[in-house]
Design a protein around this ligand. Structure first.
Ligand SMILES: Cc1cc2nc3c(=O)[nH]c(=O)nc-3n(C[C@H](O)[C@H](O)[C@H](O)COP(=O)(O)OP(=O)(O)OC[C@H]3O[C@@H](n4cnc5c(N)ncnc54)[C@H](O)[C@@H]3O)c2cc1C
Length: 278
């Protein structure tokens, strides 16, 4: 069977569209070439280059479980031209996919360790496959904790997963919202306020972070305060990128390319990078 080139988009069909929030939808997608779908696998944290025909191409992280390969999911937030066009698409519409690209989370190295997942806003989309990969093989890992923060409760993604994970043995789920509403009974404040609501112990632990730059900045500070060393930290960085293959240099950061050296970086590399504080 001939593999499609990484430079040529493969045709894929949208088989389901779910509205997560007013501006975010999750698309379930299958490659039109069913053999390609059968062979499809990815490491959590990797991304696809998604073509919305007539509008352009953009990098989007895989948001589905890496253990489920009969389809894949992409969770997309409308921010501009291509994402707006994507959110108009319906079941049966076609898109193009290249990839998967980049380096994901080295889940195999997390075996027997405690894993702290920290996420903000739509950072839950790239983090979801890592949580699936680990929570579905619970017995191979230590204690798991998820700290997840959003603007308000309407913005929380994957509520069914959050509920399921919250009921999973040894997986603690802590949620917070920036703006409290009368219906919200949980914690209020940025995700870093959750560090005081649970025991954060760096021993034999790994932290996986995906969220906006400002969140990453403060979470890294908090992890250091709690004794985490750079080597114990992994975070995904979303940089403006075009080719996805280290050719166009748009995503260069401190001598690394987010598309091929990342988007998931170890804390040792992150410590050398100029990360935004706003
Ligand atoms: C590795 C990677 C994974 C990504 N995964 C997802 C995902 O799972 N879901 C999702 O919704 N988005 C994801 N993004 C961001 C997504 O690629 C951009 O939102 C998209 O390219 C914007 O295209 P647009 O034409 O709609 O917006 P444009 O009209 O090009 O831009 C609108 C606004 O969005 C900003 N923007 C554009 N591209 C990016 C970017 N790469 N990162 C941050 N801001 C950007 C622009 O600066 C501008 O302010 C990812 C980006 C990267 C690099």
């Amino acid at each position: 069977m001939k593999e499609l080139s990484l430079t040529t988009p493969a045709l894929a069909e949208i088989v389901e569209v779910r509205e997560d929030t007013k501006k975010i939808k999750t698309f379930t997608i299958k490659y039109v070439d069913r053999q390609k779908q059968k062979r499809f696998h990815f490491v959590p944290g990797k991304f696809l280059m998604v073509s919305v025909f007539g509008f352009g191409e953009m990098p989007i992280s895989l948001s589905s479980s890496p253990l489920k390969t009969d389809s894949l999911q992409l969770t997309i937030k409308e921010v501009g031209v291509i994402t707006h066009a994507m959110l108009q698409l319906k079941k049966g519409d076609k898109i193009g996919l290249r990839g998967p690209f980049g380096r994901g989370f080295p889940v195999a190295r997390f075996r027997k360790k405690n894993v702290l997942f920290i996420s903000g806003g739509c950072g839950m989309a790239p983090l979801r496959p890592v949580i699936y990969a680990i929570a579905d093989r619970r017995e191979e890992f230590g204690k798991l904790k998820l700290l997840y923060g959003c603007q308000n409760s309407d913005h929380l993604l994957f509520k069914e997963d959050l509920k399921k994970w919250g009921q999973t043995e040894n997986l603690e789920v802590l949620l917070t919202v920036d703006k409290c509403t009368p219906d919200w009974k949980g914690n209020c404040g940025p995700v870093t306020t959750l560090f005081n609501k649970t025991e954060i112990n760096p021993d034999n632990s790994i932290a996986c972070i995906v969220g906006p730059p400002v969140m990453l900045h403060f979470v890294l500070k908090e992890l250091k305060k709690h004794g985490f060393r750079d080597e114990q930290i992994y975070a995904s960085l979303e940089r403006l990128m075009h080719c996805g293959m280290g050719k166009c240099a748009h995503c260069n950061i401190a001598g690394k390319y987010a598309c091929i050296d990342g988007p998931v970086f170890n804390g040792v590399d992150l410590a050398k990078m100029p990360l935004e504080e706003k």
